[in-house]
Design a protein around this ligand. Structure first.
Ligand code: ADP
Ligand code: MG
Length: 530
């Protein structure tokens, strides 16, 4: 057998993601256009609401040339901007991010915008353009950037700055993308609409590739509390994390290592943990043996007395905002929402929220229309592989009084410092048992509220029917009674009859408890009865 002549080489992160664009959602031109909008909008929202700024987001898509499927996508926000020194790497170095901290943000991989830049570079050869002014910056900075793919380093094509006369802050990104407008326009619109539902405190101006302008106005000035950056919880610790912390402070002692770097570990707990791990509290970090580090990691992961992970790092929407978003954007007749208390899976805190919208302008469908969200991001693809779909499709809606086709929308929002996405494209959530259970609880809770409403609705419908029957006879009854009461006095009889009829209607109203419906019916019948 001849000796194989295998060639070995290593890939840069940029090369890897360029080779596998489908991992980041860039699998074809239709997906690419949608994904680009998504990455840009999510960055813009992270730069605003995470920092307590009411978002104003302007999105536009323009066809670059008539005979070419290249679109110029541009997204502008009023966010915190990006320090000029960080702009090149933020936009042109794969796996570079300001969001590797422990708090809830839409971005988390440091990948999104670079995936778009790579795709753009592959099919248009054009650089990405960034204009940005950080908060209170006296200058506005602009860049044209590309990625040196083999090195995974930014290449600055041009850069410059100008005085910031209007004290503007925020970021404008322009990028050319090979796209398929026909195949993506519906999804892109749906994405923006669903984003508007979950961020009713934001305003969106969207000019599409056919020059239609859509405005999703701000529905409220109330924003959810921004997430706080927290320290890691010891339940999520591993040997490598401990080693990194040790390297950072070699001369310090292990007691302080525990106290300073983890949430919920004070002096007393730290001492207990170290005792259990058989390590002296004053041992220097650099003197910890490999075995002691492993033992310490084991104890930290299993110590049963830690408080559960803090939910300060989360920023849920809350019932009020969910209801506003659903009601106004869908023009629903009935909306309800629940926001569950924080729970934990594998050391990560999470919150599940659910909303229901029924009737009004919602279209009839044969199953509930599902709006899925993770960390305030609408998820549009891979619905059937999402844990939320699993839960919602298993519910017996008849039990809740729903008969399909029905105008029913169910929304589910999962937020966490770590959403267990199935892929880097962030389109569906894995079926983690704890999360699944919470989704079930949340959806059943809103479903019960829907049931109450539908029961009430049914009652009203029935009341209406019964009332119609009563009303049919009310004139005759009133007339006979009036005859008896007035002794057949022709002059008084009409007045008396009217009076009695009104009294009868009042009695029916209080009996049936459906005042609005009755008023409506009476008004219609008034004409007939005279
Ligand atoms: P991620 O969002 O996962 O961090 P991205 O590649 O999408 O990764 O973005 C990289 C970084 O660039 C972000 O972490 C952020 O610091 C910065 N950034 C991108 N867009 C904006 C923006 N519109 N405003 C402020 N910062 C931004
Ligand atoms: Mg991002």
């Amino acid at each position: 057998m001849s000796i194989p002549n295998e060639k070995y080489k290593s890939l840069s992160a940029a090369e890897f993601f360029k080779n596998y664009p489908e991992l980041t959602g860039f699998s074809n031109p239709a997906r690419a256009l949608y994904q680009t909008i998504r990455e840009l909008v999510e960055n813009s929202l992270d730069a605003t609401d995470v920092h307590g700024i009411l978002p104003t987001i302007k999105i536009s898509i323009n066809k670059v040339m008539d005979n070419d499927d290249i679109y110029l996508v541009s997204v502008e926000d009023n966010g915190i901007g990006i320090p000029p020194n960080n702009v090149p790497a933020a936009f042109a170095k794969v796996l570079y991010s300001s969001k590797y901290a422990l708090r809830q943000t839409r971005g988390m991989y440091g990948l999104g915008i670079k995936a778009a830049v790579l795709y753009s570079q592959m099919y248009t050869g054009q650089p990405v353009e960034v204009v940005s002014a950080p908060l209170n910056s006296s200058r506005v900075y602009f860049f044209k950037l590309q990625i040196d793919i083999s090195q995974n380093e930014p290449v600055i094509i041009t850069k410059g700055s100008a005085p910031n006369r209007n004290t503007w802050h925020g970021t404008l990104v322009k990028i050319n993308i090979l796209g398929d407008w026909g195949k993506s326009k519906q999804r892109i619109f749906e994405y923006i609409k669903r984003t508007a539902i979950i961020t009713p405190y934001a305003e969106f101006f969207y000019r599409d590739a056919e020059n239609h302008l859509y405005v999703f106005r701000r529905l409220t000035n109330k924003m959810p509390l921004p997430p706080k950056t927290v320290k890691p919880h010891p339940y999520g610790v591993d040997i490598e994390l401990l080693k990194e912390l040790i390297r950072e402070k070699e001369e310090s002692v292990v007691l302080n290592l525990l106290r300073e770097n983890f949430q919920g570990i004070g002096e007393v707990t730290a001492k207990e943990v170290l005792e259990r791990a058989g390590i002296g509290i004053n041992k220097k970090n650099k003197n910890l043996t490999q075995e002691e580090i492993k033992k310490l990691a084991d104890v930290l992961r299993t110590y049963e007395k830690f408080r559960p992970p803090s939910s300060d790092a989360l920023s849920s929407i809350g019932e009020e905002l969910i209801k506003i978003g659903l009601k106004e954007t869908l023009n629903a007749e009935f909306v309800e929402a629940v926001s569950r208390s924080p729970k934990v899976y594998s050391g990560h805190p999470f919150i599940v929220e659910a909303g229901v919208a029924y009737g009004g302008k919602i279209e009839l469908s044969d199953e509930p229309q599902l709006l899925r969200y993770a960390n305030k991001i609408p998820l549009l693809y891979d619905e059937k592989s999402d844990v939320t779909w699993k839960v919602v499709s298993e519910i017996d809606w008849k039990r809740y009084g729903v008969e399909f086709p029905a105008p029913l929308v169910i929304m589910v929002h999962v937020c966490s410092t770590k959403i267990p996405y199935k892929s880097t494209g962030k389109e569906s959530i894995s079926d983690v048992i704890e999360i699944e259970k919470e989704i079930k609880n949340a959806v059943s809770q809103v479903a019960r509220k829907l049931k109450d409403y539908l029961t009430q609705l049914k009652k009203r419908e029935e009341a209406k029917k019964r009332l119609l029957n009563f009303l049919k006879y009310s004139s005759e009854v009133a007339n006979s009674l009036a005859y008896i009461k007035t002794n057949g006095d022709e002059k008084k009889i009409k007045d008396e009859e009217n009076k009695l009829r009104r009294q009868l209607i009042e009695i029916i109203k209080t009996r049936l408890g459906a005042k609005e419906e009755i008023d409506e019916v009476v008004k219609k019948l008034e004409v007939v009865i005279g």
